[in-house]
Design a protein around this ligand. Structure first.
Ligand SMILES: C[S@@+](CC[C@H](N)C(=O)[O-])C[C@H]1O[C@@H](n2cnc3c(N)ncnc32)[C@H](O)[C@@H]1O
Length: 298
């Protein structure tokens, strides 16, 4: 995979130009070419050989800050087939799923390939990401986006068109370190994930609604091959900081999704019973009381 080693723009670089109103335009540098704006044109040759994070002025005197886009910039501006995982959630998935350099990771669905880019970066040159997508048109969009982001088709990436639950069972058992699910019905993939994950491997599911989170967690518990699954929501609150006006932004991304995560138990391992106070609706009243008395006596 390509890595940036220089702070100077070269031909072929993707460059994001930001104007004084924070409007962003992305161009790919080509010798002799111009980028036309409402404020005249910017010569690519003025950027080739210039330092990254310097400014360039159009023929109409508009000043632009020029930067190579970060992965987050790329994801927010790339063409989409399906909804993408937002950068804050991609970062959390990489962190909570403990995606490490050298890991073998399985991912489905691929959608537009946003999360795929984060996973590929995290596994590095010694890891591998096996992605599954049931829609051939989305697989094509993802392939284009991933190739554009890395500047080539990463050799550490394989993309299979098909349903994860049908395809993943063809994998060697216990051969995968991490399984990452971003789809409508992740509970349909629990058996396939259990087949592929090694003992101690992490399963993480990203879902949009509470009902999906609840079904995923309850089905994982019923399956009994997992540590007790945890659910969480990640809320990001950007702040406006200017002089004495230091307050949360008026606008924020109110909701993106929930994460469910757990780990694969070793074969024949039975999880010790959970010692938490059960919700009243889950058990008959008498059992709840017994549980509470037992807890108090502990
Ligand atoms: C929300 S999108 C994924 C977005 C993607 N993670 C990204 O960041 O761009 C969900 C995708 O899962 C695919 N999908 C749903 N169920 C699937 C399954 N069982 N196997 C493979 N792909 C599936 C859908 O076709 C859709 O493209």
């Amino acid at each position: 995979m390509t890595r940036r080693t220089t702070g100077v723009f070269e031909a072929g670089d993707r460059v994001q130009l930001t104007d004084v109103k924070n409007r962003k335009h992305t161009i790919v540098l080509e010798p002799g070419k111009s980028f036309f704006t409402n404020h005249g044109s910017v010569l690519h040759d003025d950027l080739i050989g210039a330092f990254e994070a310097s400014t360039v002025t159009s023929t109409g005197n508009m000043v632009y800050l020029a930067l190579r886009p970060l992965l987050t910039d790329f994801v927010l501006s790339m063409p989409r087939g399906a909804a993408v995982v937002y950068p804050k959630d991609a970062a959390a998935i990489v962190g909570f799923a403990d995606i490490f350099p050298g890991a073998t990771v399985v991912e489905a669905g691929v959608g537009s390939g946003a999360l795929t880019c984060s996973l590929l970066r995290a596994v590095g040159d010694d890891g591998h990401v096996h992605s599954y997508e049931r829609r051939v048109d989305f697989a094509a969009v993802a392939t284009k986006n991933v190739t554009n982001f890395f500047g080539e088709l990463p050799s550490k990436w394989s993309l299979t068109v098909g349903d994860l639950q049908d395809e993943l069972v063809k994998h060697e058992p216990s051969s995968v370190d991490r399984v990452v699910l971003d789809m409508l019905a992740p509970w349909e993939c629990i058996a396939a994930a259990a087949h592929a994950l090694r003992p101690g491997g992490v399963l993480i599911a990203y879902v949009a609604t509470t009902t999906q989170m609840s079904r995923t967690i309850e089905d994982l518990r019923l399956d009994k091959r997992w540590t007790d699954p945890e659910g969480q929501e990640l809320i990001q609150r950007p702040w406006h900081v200017e002089g004495l006006a230091v307050r949360p932004n008026h606008r924020m991304q109110g909701h993106t999704g929930f994460l469910v995560q757990c780990r694969r138990l070793a074969p024949n391992t039975v999880l010790p019973p959970r010692r938490i106070r059960p919700a009243k609706g889950v058990q008959p009243e008498a059992e709840v009381l017994v549980s509470l008395v037992e807890e108090e006596n502990d």
